[in-house]
Design a protein. Structure first.
Length: 438
């Protein structure tokens, strides 16, 4: 089994390479802007947004493309295409969503004339063809863009001496990212390495089901008759705070707006990683060998039928990518522990009683409770969904669905543990269940 790890590294010969890295960081910003302008034009003319292969074909001969190694330029165009894609998804539901901005800041004189334009130092990514690694001396050679080789005798690469934490083994480098730390005024390297590790045995044969949502970002039901809730209040608070702050910025593509976007995204990433880690740790403790997680595509197959599900979730298009992103992180962290993650259809999982299998179209969810008239039960609605996902009710035939209650107790379905997230301490349990106010 392969795992990828990213290591941050200090640059030891910073004063020698700083200028060259600046040039490449600015080149990445310029290429981003050119491709951004091009994409907007195509969008205006045709109503379609070019994808990354369109952009690569179109801009291959452009002078700014030659400011970076070809694979590095390609990566910039891929990032832009991804940014347009996610905007395109958001704008269907949110007319205020802005397309990806330009990476520059303009300065004006008193008469309103532009006197100066500044490009920020964008992150530059090198892929395998642009990297030569010298592990003995902790050095990487990063290929320059053709434009930055002024003289024929100039070196073709930037020779960077790096320093990682002493316990880190840098091997099989897949990617190098040069990232500019504005606060420190320094570049640093992120080294993405591929390690070969043994696939561990699964911790056990128990199973878990995860339902993702807005109020509770995740509800988890375990075959050990335990359930946990992870409220998404931190994500929601950020979702109010950051757009408001970003709207206050004069320039949507300017330094402050870019900083806020980066901060927001960093906090989300942090939340996803600590949540995935927490769930996987619980799974290891409880001997779980398989996790079922609700698959959004399953919902999209039949939109009309599932309109209630969409309502419950809030805005799926807006959050679909977040669930996707989280699922990928969870799958990765689980795999390292030998736990399999399977995406299963979540069709009907919110309106079916997980105890008796009765499907109720009226979907009686009251104050976060799922109420079943058939077996007279009241469960936490999200835990009910998670348990149905764990049972993968869409793969079962209807006869077996009615026998689920059997000798199983159901009390645990109404009293999940609740974990709240805190930036410094990660997740910690909270005694009472929080009421969701949508
Ligand atoms: Zn029931």
């Amino acid at each position: 089994m392969h795992v990828h790890r990213t290591y941050r590294a200090k640059i030891r010969n910073h004063s020698q390479v700083e200028q060259m890295l600046d040039l490449h960081g600015w080149s990445a910003s310029k290429l981003w802007n050119v491709a951004n302008y091009h994409s907007r034009q195509v969008w205006e003319e045709t109503g379609e947004i070019p994808d990354d292969s369109d952009l690569k074909r179109e801009l291959k001969g452009h002078d700014n493309y030659k400011g970076l190694h070809s694979q590095s330029s390609q990566r910039v165009l891929e990032e832009l295409a991804e940014a347009f894609n996610s905007w395109y998804g958001k704008r269907k539901n949110d007319s205020r969503a802005n397309p990806p901005g330009y990476r520059k800041k303009n300065y004006y004189d008193d008469n309103g004339n532009r006197v100066h334009e500044e490009h920020p130092r964008s992150t530059v990514t090198w892929k395998q063809k642009g990297i030569r690694h010298d592990p003995k001396h902790n050095r990487v050679r990063l290929s320059k863009g053709a434009n930055h080789k002024e003289h024929p005798r100039d070196w073709d690469y930037i020779l960077v001496e790096y320093e990682t934490r002493p316990d880190v083994t840098v091997e099989n480098i897949q990617q190098v990212r040069a990232v500019y730390d504005t606060a420190k005024g320094r570049w640093e390297l992120h080294l993405v390495c591929k390690h070969e590790v043994e696939t561990p045995d699964a911790p056990g044969t128990e199973t878990a089901g995860i339902d993702l949502g807005i109020c509770n970002f995740a509800a988890v039901a375990y075959s050990t008759e335990e359930a946990d809730l992870y409220p998404g209040n931190r994500l929601k608070q950020d979702g109010y705070y950051f757009p408001k702050e970003i709207a206050k910025c004069d320039d949507s593509g300017g330094k402050e707006a870019t900083r806020l976007h980066a901060k927001w995204s960093e906090r989300r990433t942090h939340f996803f990683h600590s949540l995935a880690k927490h769930i996987v740790e619980r799974c290891v403790e409880r001997g779980v060998g398989r996790i079922n997680i609700g698959k959004l595509n399953g919902v999209r197959e039949d939109e009309n039928r599932e309109s209630k599900n969409w309502g419950r979730r809030g805005n799926l298009d807006l959050h679909g990518w977040a669930f996707d992103r989280f699922t990928k992180i969870l799958t990765y962290k689980a795999k390292v522990e030998g736990i399999e993650v399977i995406e299963v259809s979540e069709r009907d999982t919110s309106k079916t009683c997980c105890a008796c299998g009765r499907e109720d179209d009226s979907q009686r969810v009251e104050r976060g409770l799922y109420v079943c008239e058939e077996c007279d039960a009241a469960f936490n609605a999200d835990v009910n969904g998670a348990e149905n996902i764990r049972l993968d009710i869409n793969q079962r035939n209807s006869e077996s669905a009615g026998q689920l209650s059997g000798d199983r107790s159901t009390g645990w379905l109404a009293q999940p543990g609740v974990y709240l997230h805190d930036l410094s301490h990660g997740f910690s349990p909270r005694e009472q269940v929080v009421d969701c106010k949508p």
